[in-house]
Design a protein around this ligand. Structure first.
Ligand code: CO
Length: 448
């Protein structure tokens, strides 16, 4: 038995059209999506929260509530970056607890959490809060390739994660670098833990559908995929193709008429986003991520940084420096925020000299403020920085924030408790959004 988790409304649209789908474009098709017979739909989290307020002038909480009203049969899932939730730094426990609880109250059934460093201490609070609120929990295993990320490493990590008592484990291959035969071994090893396994990959390097097939053969229970018209390239494999490919061996029942309507619908919507569309700008298969192990988003960041310094001709040197910095810093996976941390140091090492300049983020990382690196940090780098390394969980050093936020946000801008949480995560973005919202409300009141 294989189940399909549809990412169309979160990861797929985030990967292909910069998360620009508006709620009024999502709502009309939800009843059809709900009738497909999917295991779950990922509809919230990742970058969509930020983009909603920043670029679409929409309240992400209202979106979630509106989706929940229309989706009655299918579970809804959200993705959180552990103690970072939906932003870019660690938040104190009181914010994490309230944020996760509110997201479940507003309609999330499955909370998926991961930590960029696979430090399970950064998942504990979110997992506990989600379980306490009655949601199911998926603990994410961030997949990367390095000398320390062996099958044994992942098996041990899976065991550790199982101690948090999640309902599922999720192999999160955010760059699409998990190859089919490695997936077979990995899923086989993780299945021994006894939890259902969800596999999340991207088609970026072209082998995700093959990887899914081998994972299913090894016993993977859930596959993350997207409607065909929003699949492929940096998105997930297509639902329809998986259905036809798998059903000859695995029972899968989907409403094909509904699937067809959903596919048509999003194809038309997508045409309106050509200026954002990945497929209009980039090649359909990008092997860079396999050759130099640098995910697409990070590569464009590096190019941008080098252009700013008029040093684009040093790109090759930087690409060679990235794995060296990764090794020095204990082989972190390259995902937000570690991809930026490693990238910035690699650029400086090439342009100014190795570790002559060390940015604050790198020092914080070395101090352990992001969590424990997968392997020890090199002695040379530790001696250079002379940073005192913390041994506690990073969030243990953060004082509670909720009461402070309550006093900080102007009362006349607040409509509901969730507004404080939006502000806690993204103060400027949320404040500006709430100001525009109030202005709109006042204008409306005037015209009535
Ligand atoms: Co993804």
């Amino acid at each position: 038995m294989v189940k399909l988790l549809d990412t169309t409304l979160r990861d797929a649209q985030q990967s292909l059209i910069a998360a620009r789908l508006r709620t009024d474009q999502i709502l009309p098709i939800l009843e059809d999506m709900d009738s497909v017979g999917l295991f779950a739909m990922e509809v919230w989290g990742g970058a969509t929260f930020d983009v909603c307020m920043r670029f679409l002038d929409e309240d992400p909480w209202d979106r979630l509530k509106a989706i929940r009203t229309k989706v009655r049969n299918t579970k809804l899932s959200a993705l959180f970056r552990g103690q970072n939730l939906l932003a870019y730094r660690h938040y104190p426990d009181d914010i994490v607890e309230r944020f996760v609880k509110k997201s479940v109250e507003n309609g999330i059934d499955i909370v998926r959490v991961f930590d960029a460093l696979n430090d399970i201490r950064n998942l504990k609070t979110a997992v506990k809060a989600a379980k306490g609120a009655g949601a199911e929990v998926q603990c994410g295993i961030v997949y990367t390739i390095s000398p320390v990320h062996t099958l044994e490493y992942y098996s041990r990590l899976g065991e550790e994660l199982a101690s948090l008592e999640p309902d599922y484990l999720c192999v999160k291959d955010m760059s699409g670098i998990l190859t089919p035969y490695v997936a077979f071994q990995l899923v086989t090893a993780l299945k021994r833990i006894g939890l259902p396994i969800d596999l999340h990959s991207h088609c970026t390097a072209g082998f995700a559908p093959m990887t899914y097939l081998k994972a299913v053969e090894a016993g993977a229970d859930i596959l993350d995929c997207a409607i065909s018209s929003m699949s492929g390239a940096t998105s997930q494999p297509p639902i329809e193709s998986l259905y036809y490919a798998l059903r000859e061996n695995y029972p899968l029942e989907l409403n094909l008429h509904a699937l067809q309507r959903v596919a048509e619908y999003f194809w038309e919507i997508r045409k309106g986003y050509e200026r954002f569309d990945y497929a209009k700008k980039e090649r359909p298969v990008d092997l860079g991520v396999i050759i130099h192990q640098i995910p697409g988003g990070m590569l464009s960041n590096l190019i941008y940084q080098l252009e700013q310094q008029r040093a684009l001709h040093r790109l090759e040197d930087v690409l060679k420096e990235v794995p060296r910095v990764r090794e020095d810093l204990g082989w972190p996976p390259l995902v937000t925020p570690t991809s930026q941390i490693i990238g910035a140091q690699a650029v400086l090492n090439v342009l100014v000299g190795r570790y002559r300049l060390i940015p604050k983020e790198v020092k914080d990382y070395i101090r352990g403020l992001y969590g424990r690196p997968p392997a020890p940090i090199s002695k040379e780098v530790l001696e250079l920085t002379k940073e005192e390394v913390i041994t506690v969980r990073p969030a243990d050093l953060l004082p509670p924030l909720w009461e402070k936020i309550r006093n900080e946000v102007p009362r006349d801008l607040v409509e509901k408790e969730e507004d404080y949480l939006s502000y806690a995560l993204l103060p400027n973005v949320a404040l500006e959004f709430m100001q525009r919202r109030k202005k709109r409300f006042n204008q409306k009141a005037k015209t009535i």
